[in-house]
Ligand binder design. Sequence first.
Ligand SMILES: [Fe+2]
Length: 157
Amino acid sequence: METLGYVRRDLHVLHDWCKHQFDMKQMSSSNLVFNRTHKWFKHEAILTKPLQIKSGNFDYRVTRLGNLIYPGWDCALLAYYRPGGCMTKHRDHSDFESLLVSVNIGQATLLINDYPYNLQDGQVIKFNSHIPHELYPVTSDRWSLTFRRIKPQYLRF
Ligand SMILES: [Fe+2]
């Protein structure tokens, strides 16, 4: 895991933006994530094998931020965890490129390869998502905005 930087000056704007997102979806019967809703930007990736790709939401702020912190990104996932929300240990879908870039909004403890990282509000990180990782249950509202690339052979027009 590597920290790329911190959203600082616009952190309150980012919080407001997160709180005012509508149409957040529930993940259908997942035994991986709990107490979480989400929303896809640019492309929506449906986690079948192979990945199914649909068009996602558009937001110029997401586009601008993604282009800055992960040029060439294909999809962004905004995930909202209510208190108690968590993710059990998993590896991300193999049709995604392994590297992801994620903005942490709120407080969270992320385990990567069983090593705990206490993420700060606004912290921007990158890590290899094909390594097992896990999110401890959060104690207060927490969002992540995660940018991924899809392996070129799975992209559709
Ligand atoms: Fe993951």
